[in-house]
Design a binder for this molecule. Sequence first.
Ligand code: PBG
Length: 333
Amino acid sequence: MELTYRPRRLRRTPALRAMVREHSLSAADFIYPLFVHEGAEVEPIGAMPGASRWSLAALTGEVQRAYDLGVRCIVLFPKVSEGLKTEDGAECFNAKGLIPRAIRQIKEAIPEMAIMTDVALDPYSCDGHDGIVSQDGVVLNDETIELLCKQAVVQAEAGADLIGPSDMMDGRVGAIREALDDEGFEHVGIISYTAKYSSAYYGPFREALDSAPRAAGSKPIPKNKDTYQMDPANAREAITEAQLDEQEGADIMMVKPGLAYLDIIHRLREESELPIAAYNVSGEYSMVKAAAERGWIDEKAVVLETLLSFKRAGADLILTYHACDAAAWLKEA
Ligand code: PBG
């Protein structure tokens, strides 16, 4: 055939392929989520093979392992004892709570590691919602934000570098920015869960923290988070959320979940000059792990291809439970 264009010419050898490769992964792109609890044991999480609830005693070692592999940021999630959960989740701003202690301990041992936190009430709420649930079953916006601001300030005081509001209340980014600035934490950044969808992919995470919405007493508790997290059917709305978060002072914007929302990552990338993060959430992780355990897929190849797809879609950063494995695989290559 007399073809002028033969795209295969540039795929012929590894050297040629490397020359025209458009995107790459590096361990510095990853943010590694870690679960902590008060217990003395490291408890494996049933629905997330390879992930654990870390004791404070073992946590620093795991963070050091990630650092040695090139990972430069972690995010901490607490499994709060049932006895400390209340309707208003006030434990979230206890300066001696699990998360502030974990932050201090890590900053003392490995000060170079950046620490991101999660701001929301769900791990601390007996109702399992990200905000306060009123007596008639409404998740209250403005009342919740007061608590989130206190939570953010306590995390910043403990040494957090990036505050991550995951609650999806309206106006929380601006309120948290102001609260941080008022307390002298103008250097602490906000990585906002900007486009966070009401997703079934969070199932294993809610098992890990025992944080799913649940009815305890007579109060009606919404069974899902549809009145504050975004409708999976909506894309334009993510742009509105992004515009608001930028105006309110977000430093980094996140899309969550990641894989089913690559189009949203792409749209935010086009819309904004801010760094964009993708959250490769628990359900995405567990699906890969389950298929790999059965020998149905090649775990390493699938994970690296998936993580690369976030970069190609436009993400700068990736929150992923595969962070250490992927960082180790990248070192091998
Ligand atoms: C809490 C929070 C959730 C996740 C991160 N922060 C769960 C939820 O909103 O119900 C999910 C993370 C994952 O599934 O990996 N606000």
